[in-house]
Ligand binder design. Sequence first.
Ligand code: TYD
Ligand code: MG
Length: 458
Amino acid sequence: MAKRGPTYACQACGAVYHRWQGKCDACGTWSSLSEEAQAAPVPGGGRAPAGGRARGRIFALESLKGETQDAPRIVSGIGELDRVTGGGFVPGSVLLIGGDPGIGKSTLLMQACAAMALTGRRVVYVSGEESTSQVRLRAQRMGLAEAPVDLASETNVEDIIATLGQGERPALVVIDSIQTMWSGEVESAPGTVTQVRGSAQALIRYAKTSGACLILVGHVTKDGQIAGPRVVEHMVDAVLSFEGEGAHAFRILRGQKNRFGATDEIGVFEMTGQGLSEVGNPSALFLTGRDQGAPGAAVLASVEGTRPVLVEIQALVAPTALGTPRRAVVGWENSRLAMVLAVLETHGGLKLGQHDIYLNVAGGLRVAEPAADLAVAAALVSSLTGAILPAGSVYFGEIALSGAIRPVSVSAARLREAAKLGFGSAVMPAGGAESGDGGGLGLKRLGHVGELVAEIAA
Ligand code: TYD
Ligand code: MG
């Protein structure tokens, strides 16, 4: 058997090496490798020992019919949170919530704990960052000081699991945060990826055997990676991220992975003096403060998960003073902008090579769907030509490399949302039958970007 030397784990991404090196090849971080303690070798090199007993039981899949129903759910009582988890927490499941420090993770989870505790279930909130009196102070500020939540300020996972074993079995356990946890069975220093991984493993094992739902909080680093907690992403059942722009009061909870639900749903919250409040109508929020008399703004009728959301796309196209024009995008993909620009130049007859171009999705929302192409193109053409787009119009449609405007999904829901918010017309793809009665909107159907350019410049 090969000699087992020490191994080294990158503290940023978790990559493992057999020799120390200055830079992690996997993520490019410098000085991030630290030595990991060895796990005891598996006897027999991983093969079943001679005379071993077969302890695992094997079931025929169809024989389990009738023994399981749909995964039962425990609703948190916070609608926007339940929407993202896919209808509530699943007992025995583990959820990781990541986000920048200070974004409101502890606030959200304290509210969820309080709401669930009020339904009579046992809920335990373990903070490794704040003392119990600090946690209580925060709860008091949110008017939740009377909620029957069990609080603990503890960082050792063995102690936590032993404490959880006392008394009634908890329905929900929150660990805030996983980076502060350490296990006595792991020999690395607290805060290292090895400790994060080891602590998470122990806590996950507890959740699976006890049937409690476990929520792990993880802080992310500046570059948007859940460093440390990244290594537990594959061990958990669901990964949610809590996002927001510093200057804006609203926060978006987004599913990144979910074994029990869809990952494209978003939950929208607003941070207030009394904690987070749910935003039932995000479109109204994203459209507040809209400057309707300026060129370069188009309202996109987008769909996040199953929910239509209207959001303003802002473009600024200005002659460049530099040799290489600038392209800057917030809230959308850079490569997608480059593609729309190329199509507008080739098939729309626009000259954009000598212009700086800035694109912004208002309100800090991040749009990923191709239906945004048409709204982006409209905003760009409007800014370049100085023609103001009609304030009562929404835009959606995918633009192909050929310049064709292609139909997108769930048009009817987009139109209904626009009608609900008082919009009078929609500019949308010519193809695609489904759009219902158009929600009473005037529909302008376009088949090619050339028609869009002509329409706006006219
Ligand atoms: P917190 O939940 O502690 O963030 P995280 O756990 O993600 O690090 O939220 C901290 C921020 O939220 C802090 O800047 C203050 C603000 N806040 C409010 O604006 N209102 C409130 O009611 C609470 C509790 C916090
Ligand atoms: Mg916190």
